[in-house]
Design a protein around this ligand. Structure first.
Ligand SMILES: CC(C)(COP(=O)(O)OP(=O)(O)OC[C@H]1O[C@@H](n2cnc3c(N)ncnc32)[C@H](O)[C@@H]1OP(=O)(O)O)[C@@H](O)C(=O)NCCC(=O)NCCS
Length: 265
């Protein structure tokens, strides 16, 4: 296991779900959210759960803590900044990582976790260079299974007997894996159902992105699409914002990874 430093946890957002670093102000919501019996049943979160547990969790995950190397986010739902859940990656030091997550009961069944998983996974593949993310759940945790599969995890239908240690006991579990291509396929298929993450790229933005991937300059794109150069600039600005990229080339790399555009043949 590696404890190599990881890049600082960035804000990740698809316009509907926004992930940000955990903060002290989240403690009351974390404590309330972790009272839920489902959390006690399916996770390793302490039960009963007190304020001191949340304080300990934050301390461990913040800089200098023994688990500071585990990228951890508070899940919020735009436009609020209130904690509704936690999601983390636990890198194994060999370009793999486990994923863990939970949502407060009031925020469930709205697709938020699927969005959060996709955002964190895309970041893990690009920023950490992960080749695979693994998901494990105690058999019977259908909500987690559905969220993982919806996000693109490949989960065989058979259980792995007694593979997991859950609250001190051996438990049967499901195991799933997500590779970059699984994520890209899930995003493409969600896009096909018009469920792509958040503020979808418009058809025009996709056209512009496709031409960016071919290395075209604004002027050439403008001529090709029969629009003004200023309009191209506006599209590029919007694309960078939606893909959380700081440059055209970063936007192209992200789009390629997510399978939004193909490489020129
Ligand atoms: C697991 C958990 C995060 C899922 O949250 P969620 O809000 O249901 O997630 P999403 O809304 O993104 O749902 C994903 C899919 O699962 C489906 N789903 C949710 N609960 C379900 C259930 N009990 N049975 C079957 N499907 C379920 C949703 O309908 C959705 O499918 P859809 O997109 O086809 O409609 C949440 O239930 C939770 O926090 N549970 C307690 C902690 C936990 O189990 N953590 C995971 C440990 S491995």
């Amino acid at each position: 296991m590696s404890t190599a430093p990881t890049p600082p946890v960035p804000v990740l957002s698809d316009g509907i779900v926004s992930l940000r670093p955990l903060a002290e102000r989240d403690i009351p919501e974390i404590v309330a959210g972790c009272q839920d019996p489902q959390v006690a049943t399916w996770t390793e979160v302490p039960s009963p759960y007190a304020r001191a547990d949340a304080e300990h969790f934050l301390r461990e995950r913040s800089s200098g803590g023994s688990q500071a190397h585990l990228p951890t986010w508070a899940i919020t739902v735009v436009p609020e900044d209130t904690w509704v859940g936690t999601i983390d990656l636990r890198p194994d030091g060999s370009r793999g990582a486990d994923i863990g997550y939970l949502l407060a009961a009031h925020a469930r069944r709205a697709g938020h976790m699927v969005r959060a998983i996709r955002l964190v996974s895309a970041w893990g593949f690009s920023a950490l260079g992960l080749q695979v993310i693994t998901w494990r759940a105690v058999v019977g945790n259908d909500a987690s299974l559905h969220a993982a599969r919806r996000a693109g995890f490949q989960v065989p239908s058979h259980a792995f007997p007694r593979y997991l240690v859950h609250r001190g006991e051996r438990a049967d579990c499901w195991i799933g894996t997500l590779a970059p291509e699984d994520l890209a396929a899930a995003v493409r298929s969600a896009e096909g159902r018009r469920q792509y993450l958040g503020p979808e790229l418009t058809r025009r933005e996709l056209d512009v992105l496709g031409l960016l991937a071919r290395g075209q300059a604004n002027r050439t794109i403008a001529i090709g699409l029969g629009i003004s150069e200023n309009t191209v600039k506006n599209h590029v600005r919007s694309i960078l914002e939606k893909l959380q990229a700081t440059s055209r080339s970063e936007a192209v790399v992200t789009a390629l990874r997510l399978g939004i555009v193909d490489l020129p043949s």
